[in-house]
Design a binder for this molecule. Structure first.
Ligand SMILES: C[S@@+](CC[C@H](N)C(=O)[O-])C[C@H]1O[C@@H](n2cnc3c(N)ncnc32)[C@H](O)[C@@H]1O
Length: 194
């Protein structure tokens, strides 16, 4: 995969870099997944990218996260572009319509805890790895998976290490080269099928 970052892009917060990267891969009408809806910033971004004819499937295990996401979408008149799914992303396979298998153009993971919420409720490595496997199975051949990992909270380093280990072992996944800053800075990975 081609090295993507430029000095200007490198200066952006990683959340913006993830959006920038996905923007170049998405078009009107696409089907996409937000694996961690949280406060809905990424879901709203995705809803804008897929347009009126596309759709976003947004997961979270916390009702308050989905409520925050719904409110954000409604404020922009975009709620009809999104299906909110109150379930863990590890259940992706049983939560999406069968006809989307191989059609999902992007899956966004923004791991860790809900900002402004209970910092003890975090994404867990075994669920995240199961969701990454399911995402690959449902991904369009040209689709992208973005994974934002935070290392500063309890469990964050272990989750990051588990994903790095999975990436070293997993065949058929190409990882975009992004600049990584020293611990405890977050890490962004953009993955494609190879
Ligand atoms: C960093 S926040 C996401 C931020 C969000 N993307 C945004 O734009 O505001 C992480 C979210 O992951 C959720 N989460 C934790 N475990 C999960 C799981 N197994 N499946 C889906 N969401 C999960 C948390 O409830 C939390 O809301």
């Amino acid at each position: 995969m081609r090295p993507e970052t430029t000095p200007a892009m490198d200066a952006l917060p990683l959340t913006r870099q993830a959006h920038h990267h996905l923007k170049s891969c998405l078009t009107e009408g696409d089907q996409v997944v937000d694996a961690t809806a949280g406060n809905g910033h990424d879901t709203l971004f995705l809803a804008r990218q897929v347009g009126a004819t596309g759709h976003v499937w947004a997961f979270d295990i916390q009702a308050r996260a989905l409520e925050a996401t719904r409110a954000r979408l409604e404020a922009q008149g975009l709620a009809q572009r999104v299906t909110l799914i109150h379930a863990g992303h590890q259940h992706l396979e049983h939560s999406l319509p069968d006809n989307l298998r191989g059609e999902v153009k992007a899956v966004m993971f923004n791991l860790g805890y809900l900002p402004g919420g209970d910092h003890g409720i975090v994404t867990r490595p075994q669920d995240t790895l199961a969701a990454l496997e399911a995402s690959l199975a449902w991904l369009h051949p040209e689709g992208v998976i973005s994974v934002m990992m935070y290392r500063g909270h309890p469990g964050g380093q272990e989750e990051h290490a588990a994903i790095e280990a999975w990436l070293r072992e997993r065949r058929g996944v190409a990882c975009e080269r992004m600049r990584e800053r020293p611990f405890p800075a977050p890490v962004l990975k953009c993955l494609k099928r190879s």
